[in-house]
Design a protein around this ligand. Sequence first.
Ligand code: AMP
Ligand code: ZN
Length: 457
Amino acid sequence: MLKLYNTLTRKKEEFKPLKKGHVGIYSCGPTVYWYQHIGNLRTYIFSDILKRILIYNGYKIKHVMNITDVGHLTSDADTGEDKMVKALRREGLPLTKESMLKLAKKYTDVFKEDFKKLNIIEPNIWSKATEHIKDMIELIKKIEKNNYTYKTKVGLIFDTSKFEDYTKLGRLKLKELKKGIRVKTDPKRKNLSDFALWITNQPKHLMQWLSPWGRGFPGWHIECSAMSMKYLGNTIDIHTGGEEHIPVHHTNEIAQSEAATGKKFVRYWLHARWLIFKGEKMSKSKGEIYTISALEKKKYSSLDYRYFCLTAHYRTQLEFSYKNLSAAKNAYQRLKNFISEIKNDKKINRKYFKEFEEAINDDLDMPKALTILWKLVRDKKATGKIQTIKKIDQIFSLNLLKKEKIKIPEKIKKLVQEREQERKKKDFKKADKIREQIKKRGYIIEDTSKGPKIKKK
Ligand code: AMP
Ligand code: ZN
């Protein structure tokens, strides 16, 4: 039985999809105005693990992810510049629609490349905001027809006081919401939590469309409602995202979707907690971010990072530092070394596999699952190791059984040859000395009947 922690109820619940055997999942995707940092990617590794566990439990998955290429303003208060325009300025590109689409493509491509490197299964549908403006307009029309909106100079606004359950997902105390800039920039705003569905009166904005409310562009939240309902129906099984989306973005998604359809929008809300850097959320706006290619330059592989993420439960924050990443990298390397020594005996170890299954089905307890894997690998009496690891790695996806082709430096090869010569001369003292030298440089030699085997330490 698979249990998932639902933010809506703040409880672990047994997962039961709407349609037997099928699961619809929507994940809030990236705003493609810059590289996705490893914090963002932690959240996508989490949704990948979720998918793999659902697949393991026999479900057919339909997974949709959006690509935000319009409408995400620098402030949650429906003000500020569009993040995409800000990026054009940063990169010294012309402020045209064409260069904006080019920029979006550039960062989308890098994002998809990172997915491949991290062994993340791609969604079945990538949906770009700019290609779904019509769907958004149709959805907003329904919300307006159901009397949840009013107009101000900013555009068409959602009246959150008309939606009874507005505070439910975030357990929000609206009275305590700070009087923010929303009121100042939009004096006609009725409630501090109200948000724009369609933004007008911004003649300088690059991408604009005609709509019943005037020329303009969609508010950021509406894209996720429109695209998830288009591909997955009015009620979807699972919606994922980072923890900061609980009080605003996802709260607004629920309000506008349910205002339009009168039906429950999402049955299970799953939120990943942040990757932390120096005590704070890793964030693009704070400037100091790390990308997969930055890690690679420092000789950490993408799968070292995947292993690092799996050492923490998705509902706990994870502190990033090179020291922590190095510890994970070493553990991962050691694990693979151990595994490379194991002989295959074509069975499954039922006892260990059952323990593993219980861990993953208990709200994706990957740290526990990892401990079980280590126990299995180290258990001298256990049988069926390789076939069990094979199954386990369908979830971890850490290429645990892939034989690594290591590139041996010329210097090491030379030392190995020298050692062989000393051995032939039966000067084992000298040979051992050379072995030590090789070890110091990070390699170990194993003497086999076919000659010396070189491995990374
Ligand atoms: P964005 O491109 O900023 O819209 O973020 C894309 C996804 O990454 C969202 O689901 C965010 O919640 C998530 N995210 C952003 N920052 C972090 C972080 N430091 N750790 C984990 N997830 C994050
Ligand atoms: Zn979203």
